[in-house]
Design a protein around this ligand. Structure first.
Ligand code: SF4
Length: 485
């Protein structure tokens, strides 16, 4: 399965020109009914999966932030160029269409495997694949759309003129946005358009729904959604029967938690190196998770293991060098003697900086395969050890007396309200908005709204917060721009 597949791409190396070659994938659109039968390398497997995930996550961020459809489309085009380029058959320039579509096809199925494993994952994947397909569908020419629909046998019987005249009043009542006289209507079994039936946006008679041609996109999208939902259910049932390949299983089991952004490993970009004495002055730029840890550290003169680790990695990311980190932690743990500090805590600080133990610089996640398998290093660069929001939110739930974690995820509603008010979010409407996002489990979006509200910005002023150091950098840069730092 993991043998490198011979590329079907035809290249003219002399001129660097890539010939169009879309015999294998004649259509730009794909319902992903047939799984790919290729052998692919482990490198392609991971790269394809991550690249598609970048696109779906960007769609998620844009959707949760209520960005208008045209902005989402533009953003998608930009991202697609980088991660998942796709061109239609009538593109003016020549592109390696088969290669692009193969990547689209294979990457969809890899993520389908990864996201079939729970109801929550299935519904996430379905939602953002649906949006991706819809944006593509709306972008491609009518001719290409029709060719694709014909290929899929998605053609619907057209309502005859005489029947249309007979039902004119009912059709108009159900579809007030069209002019019945000039509109074409399809006859569709009502089970195929349940969403439209539920919205009462089609005329229904004797088990047949009459759908205006201008709503054809809804028919196609319903078809896409129904097919993918069924396919995900089937994949979920088959998943446990898959061979336990220890090269791909770690990817499939964890991919939904990968963090794809900046690692902020040595992020001294905005502040330069800082000293132990700068930390208090910078707290105003910290996200709530780090403000909370800082306050608890000051109150208790101690933090438990995961709190120290979360906060230490963050401080490292904002530019605190190891020597200064040791001073910071020593002074903060003032209720302990030097000996106790050296014995119980200094090691962990140095360990986070890669100076103890296996000397791992705590950023890139590296997975080394067992010796019996080819040792392929997975460079899911920022997974697990780097303190991204998704790691903080999903791993190591805080227990009693522990203060790590994400306030939006781990605080009670009441504590969160009090905390928000204490950091300046006093407007009831804002608090309600944030609490609603939290109730719907959009913790990072809630954090982003908190950022926007407290920095006097408009909704959408920044991308969704993915990493506490991302929050810090944005806040610090903004203060420099405003000339108050
Ligand atoms: S969303 Fe991220 S940055 Fe914001 S509070 Fe939670 S963990 Fe911290």
């Amino acid at each position: 399965m993991l043998r490198q597949q011979t590329s079907t791409l035809i290249r003219e190396y002399g001129t660097g020109e890539v010939k169009r070659n879309n015999k294998r994938y004649p259509h730009y659109l794909n319902f992903y009914d047939i799984p790919p039968m290729d052998n692919i390398s482990i490198e392609e497997f991971e790269k394809f999966a991550l690249d598609r995930l970048q696109v779906l996550k960007a769609l998620e961020a844009a959707t949760l932030r209520n960005k208008p459809e045209n902005e989402v489309k533009e953003h998608l085009q930009e991202l697609s160029k980088q991660y998942l380029p796709m061109h239609s058959n009538d593109s003016e320039r020549v592109y390696p269409l088969d290669e692009e579509r193969r990547k689209d096809h294979v990457s969809h199925f890899i993520l389908r495997l990864a996201y079939c494993r729970s109801e929550e994952l299935r519904s996430w994947f379905l939602k953002y694949e649906y949006i991706l397909f819809k944006l593509r569908y709306l972008t491609v020419s009518t001719k290409e759309r029709q060719e694709f629909l014909n290929h899929q046998n998605l053609t619907w019987k057209i309502l005859s003129r005489s029947d249309k005249d007979m039902m004119k009043a009912d059709l108009q009542a159900a579809s007030p946005h069209v002019v019945v006289d000039t509109e074409t209507f399809f006859e569709v079994e009502f089970e195929k358009v349940l969403d439209m039936v539920a919205r009462r946006s089609v005329h229904l008679r004797g088990g047949t729904a009459y759908v205006p041609i201008s709503d054809q996109v809804t028919l196609v999208m319903d078809e896409f959604k129904n097919r993918l939902a069924k396919a995900l259910e089937i994949t979920a049932k088959e998943f446990p029967k898959l061979d336990e390949d220890d090269r791909i299983m770690p990817i499939l089991n964890n991919i939904n938690r990968y963090y794809l952004g900046n690692s902020f490993a040595n992020s001294t970009k905005v502040t330069g190196n800082i000293t132990a004495f700068d930390v208090d002055r910078l707290v105003e730029h910290f996200p709530l998770c780090m403000r909370h840890l800082h306050r608890k550290l000051r109150d208790d003169k101690h933090l438990k293991h995961y709190g120290r680790m979360q906060y230490n990695l963050f401080l490292k990311g904002i530019g605190l060098p190891l020597e200064e980190a040791l001073i910071f932690w020593r002074k903060s743990f003032s209720k302990f003697s030097d000996e106790q500090f050296q014995k119980n805590y200094a090691y962990n600080v140095r360990h986070n900086y890669g100076m103890e133990g296996k000397r791992v610089n705590y950023t890139p996640y590296k997975y080394v395969y067992p010796e019996s398998k080819p040792a392929v290093k997975i460079h899911f660069a920022h997974f697990e050890t780097n303190g991204s929001c998704s790691k903080i939110i999903n791993n190591n739930q805080p227990g009693p007396e522990e203060h790590h974690g994400c306030p939006f995820r781990h605080f009670s509603e009441e504590s969160l309200r009090v905390t928000l008010a204490s950091v300046g979010v006093r407007n009831d409407a804002y608090i309600r908005e944030i609490i609603n996002l939290v109730r719907n489990k959009h913790y990072q979006v809630a954090c982003t709204r908190y950022y926007e509200i407290t920095r006097g910005g408009e909704r959408g002023m920044m991308d969704t917060i993915e990493h506490p150091n991302h929050f810090f950098e944005q806040s610090y840069k903004l203060s420099i721009k405003q000339g108050d730092s």
